[in-house]
Design a protein around this ligand. Sequence first.
Ligand code: GLN
Ligand code: ZN
Length: 756
Amino acid sequence: MKIKNSNIGYPRIGENREWKRVLELFWSDQINEEQFNNEMVKIRLSHLEKQQEKGIDLIPIGDFSYYDQVLDTAVMFGLIPERFKNEVQNVTLKTYFEIARGSKGKVAAEMTKWFNTNYHYIVPELEHAKPRLLENRILSLFQEAKEKLGINGKPVILGPITLLSLSKGYNEQQKAELLHSLIPLYLEVFNQLKDAGAKWIQIDEPILVKNVEKDLINEFKEVYTVFHEGLKDVNIILQTYFEKIEFYEEIIQLPVQGIGLDFVHDDGGNLEQIKKHGFPSDKVLFAGVIDGRNIWKANLVEKSTLLSTLTEFIDEERLFIQPSCSLLHVPVTVKNEHYLDTQVKNGLSFADEKLEEVVLLTNFVNKKISVTELDQHDHSIRSLKNSAHRNVKDVKEKLKNLKSFSATRIDAAERKELHENRWNLPILPTTTIGSFPQTKEVRSQRLKWRKGELSNDQYEEYIKKEIKKWIEIQEELGLDVLVHGEFERTDMVEFFGEKLEGVAITKFGWVQSYGSRCVKPPVIFGDVYCLENMTVKETVYAQSLTKKPVKGMLTGPVTIVNWSFVRDDISRVDVLNQVALAIRKEVEALEENGITMIQVDEAALREGLPLKEEKTEDYLNAAVYAFKLATSSVNDDTQIHTHMCYSNFDDIIHAIDALDADVISIETSRSHGELITSFEQHHYNKGIGLGVYDIHSPRVPTLEELSQNIKRALEVLDYRAFWVNPDCGLKTRGEVETVEAIKVMVKAAQIYREKL
Ligand code: GLN
Ligand code: ZN
């Protein structure tokens, strides 16, 4: 017997985001349902074919989706929100998309982060849910793969316990009932798959890597025992990923045939458990050894050592090699990246290349290739590691002497006084979060410039024109603190990625974020520093046009790192501090050039929270330190702002406070003022920018709504703490609605000023 391999999931979007295109054509009625289906079949089959050609033994089926795998599972079992139910009780393609995207009069289902990734899933709503099997979609996909490509695939499905854990709208008792009604439905799906010839079925239960309670493990025992008893001649894989599992000893005793563990993002925890407690001799281990979350080539010699350690505990014929998680979280292929530095490009491995690594490793263990071949593969990693990019003396030096950079300021209360004297702003000062509408024209000018149809000078002139226009609008609107509008930026992270040394922007490195929306995370491949000022020119120009203060606008180190692919040859904290030092330099440059209110956005601070509670503190400490490193070298009378788009601060309020930003702007409008309470309870003593209206909708808010939002906050904290602003940047809004909305906002602030 030989060692085999497997894949957990493959990206849906396609090499050129063709999946996205088909979806959007359908949504905008440019193709009909039949054309849509035909196109999707082509895409789906081509992905399967690719995996087959690469030599993957167990190819996942059912991971392909038209939107999201959680939604697929929910819909399959009839778990659809009340408002989308109809008399016929089936879910058409139209309804499926309506649940995800909303429709006239019906709000879309909520969407939230998939564990600690930047992928977002649709949250199932289980009020009044009566589970029933609507359609075994995996069965048809399984048959399709078999008939069209002769692939005997591995059906993949989200397991019932994780599905329920990720859903909302039920209490403990209902949960038990739901689970009991789901079990026979899952069994039916499995048995149909078995009858169609499936040998292995992968059940994803990533909930097992969170800090789960013993009760949940009992649920696992119950559910998987019923599965076991109701199934014959088909093997179940209990698949986990993203971290080490909890309750290892109990989990390995579950009556399943295979267990999938992540050996990349577990900090060695899964291996440690195997060493300590062994692995049952009647089970198969699906070893996730190739990193499914990051984009670097694997060090295969090292991986082969890991595998040989595993074979001390598990027979080779009971081992499958696979990526650590679904490859959904990495781009499709490096092959089309023609503009990257070769050393960097050679060090990269996206989904397709990762599958090749899985196969290489399999062939090596099966003695089909020699260690020299593995070593050849690893050569490019060594070359990148030893490259000038990763060995910038000055950066390394600074990192070694971090202590010589101060990361503290004088007391916030003292600063507040200085700031009040300096600017003499009215109470409840009004401002915005940074960006103004990126109209079609703004985007088309940038495109022309990128294509070389517009010279640098012409493009710069255009940007200046927009800045000037919006400085005038802001003055007219009566805002107290202005911004330049961010017209030169595509995206708050990509913009800095383009400017920073040691960071690359790929051409096709897209990853699905939610639905058809894809993001292209920058690649932090080397030591990070910046050679030239990144934002000074535009900001200083804006300031030259007005007597009112213009806020400088930067993206913070934590957000840049959390929204990038990060090199893994040094610690993440080191990367974070490198980025922080680069931002610090920019903060200083702005200050030197007369910009003394500077906002450093940390939209993704919360997103980086680790899955395990025991890691939270280290993460927050590192994040706080990096932010302070970036922002604390300014003069006492310079004002540092930060911005976070969400409203949920309860568990991280101590860290938010520790950032020591003079003003933090947050989302208030959709959270009905609850968040202010966490600031109150924490005796927060710095400025808070109230995000008084929701920028995610084109609707112009009414004066009453805004007043309500201000009023609620004033009831809780001293009015002198507050600023008034929209809840996020305005770049996705139209010009007219933006002006109208700000008008109302300024008015609301004025009314309260008079009252106070
Ligand atoms: N300054 C950024 C903007 O206004 C902030 C964006 C964000 O928080 N997502 O666009
Ligand atoms: Zn925001």
